[in-house]
Design a protein around this ligand. Structure first.
Ligand code: PLP
Length: 415
């Protein structure tokens, strides 16, 4: 792999190969990560990176657009088909700029918006006080019910009636349950609010028809393209036709300059893959694997927020195991199992060393792992957490992890 970089730039090459080894010899459980196909890698690493194309297909500011126009239109058409959307903008550089563009398109600075609290599973772009969203808009934040760990729709309704938001944002980055899109829409309609769904985490499951879609109900839907959707790093915005002009204007020239056509080509390729029947099987298997992994962890005494999962994502509270999140993450890292420490709702500990860990099944499912492997992974996590500071214990688990991984090649990696 990467022969040219090898001869030309050994400094970068060394770490690229080390990373390829890390990705293929370890178990990737970070729920926002995945492995893209060789075809997506080729598009993303292509000569399209050379081209400037400010504007939109047919309405560009520079010449030489005959090929990138075809590619961007393919990405748009496939995105619309995949999600059944009226309009798609495929130019956002990533999820955070896409959310910023949506707010910029549909709100005035200072407007009231409702979003899920960061420490209850929301995203920084959903109104964290120190983030742009929290500075530019007046966010009021709903949380999860402390008993059930799930979003309390009665509380959402009460807050909406009290605060009369201009927009309600629904979506999450660390919440294991499905979202009641229809209920959100009913509440928004009751108070005259716009609806914005951020499906960054579950877009692949929604595209694969394994979860319900907000697209029929919501005014605007945003997703990153690199999580369960299994495309390049980036994002898209889907919306009803009546918001199309405002959204496009906010992305360019409102917020961004030239679009990244190499990434847009890779998005088109990924959407093409997601339109194939095999993608539905992948989406269903991601959910099955997460469910199975959650059940196997519960059997071993792990306490899960909301007691399980509907999606690809699991949030475990390690308080009862007497191992803080940071130590758990570090010990698992030693064995080649990668996940992240995470706050649990109403966490008494700090975000730098919270009580929980967040894990998910998209990447292992892409690799072809199924229920039998989920059982092994649960067993390894249990063994590591049970004796997290015992080097010999971690070494034994690492060996077993590597042995399993050698049977499940990663797309795009040939060492
Ligand atoms: C990942 C994520 C984003 C932001 O995506 P970036 O590409 O990292 O900027 C936004 N919203 C949610 C819910 C996410 O999970």
């Amino acid at each position: 792999m990467y022969e040219t970089i090898k001869s030309q730039d050994p400094g970068v090459y060394g770490s690229m190969i080390a990373e390829a080894k890390r990705q293929s010899e370890g178990i990737e459980l970070i729920p926002s990560e995945n492995y893209v196909s060789q075809a997506v890698l080729e598009a993303n690493g292509s000569i399209l990176t050379n081209k400037y194309s400010e504007g939109y297909p047919g309405k560009r500011y520079y010449g030489g657009q005959e090929n990138v126009d075809v590619i961007e239109n393919l990405a748009i058409d496939r995105a619309k088909q995949l999600f059944g959307a009226e309009h798609a903008n495929v130019q956002p550089y990533s999820g955070s700029p896409a959310n910023t563009a949506i707010y910029f398109a549909l709100l005035e600075f200072g407007d009231t918006v409702m979003g899920l609290r960061l420490d209850h599973g929301g995203h920084i772009t959903h109104g964290l006080p120190i983030a742009f969203s929290g500075r530019a808009y007046h966010f009021v934040q709903y949380g999860v019910n402390p008993e059930t760990g799930t979003i309390d729709m009665d509380e959402v309704r009460k807050m909406a009636l009290e605060h009369k938001p201009k927009m309600i944002v629904a979506g999450f980055t660390a919440y294991p349950r499905d979202i009641e899109w229809k209920k959100f829409k009913e509440i928004a309609d009751e108070v005259g609010a716009l609806t914005m769904a951020d499906i960054s985490h579950t877009a692949g499951l929604i595209a694969g028809k394994a979860l319900e879609s907000p697209v029929p109900y919501f005014d605007v839907v945003m997703t990153t393209t690199h999580k369960t959707l299994r495309g390049p790093r980036g994002a898209i915005i889907l919306c009803k036709e009546k918001y199309a002009k405002a959204i496009d204007k906010a992305v360019f020239p409102g917020l961004q300059g030239g679009p990244h056509e190499h990434a847009i080509a890779a998005k088109a390729v990924a959407f093409g893959e997601a339109l194939k029947p095999e993608f539905k099987e992948y989406a269903m298997q991601v959910r099955k694997n997460a469910y199975h992994l959650a059940e196997e962890m519960k059997k071993r005494g792990f306490k899960l927020v909301s007691d399980g999962t509907d999606t690809h994502l699991i949030l475990a509270d390690l308080t009862s195991r007497n191992v803080p999140g940071k130590l758990a993450q570090q010990a698992l890292d030693e064995t080649g199992i990668t996940l992240n420490k995470n706050t649990v709702p109403n966490d008494p500990r700090s975000p730098f060393d919270p009580s929980g860990i967040r894990l998910g099944t998209p990447a292992v499912t892409t690799r072809g792992m199924k229920e039998a492997e989920m059982e092994k992974i649960a067993e390894w996590i249990d063994r590591v957490i049970a004796d997290a500071e015992n080097t010999a214990n971690l070494k034994t688990v690492k060996k077993e992890v590597e042995e399993l991984c050698s049977k499940f090649p990663v797309p795009g990696i040939k060492l």
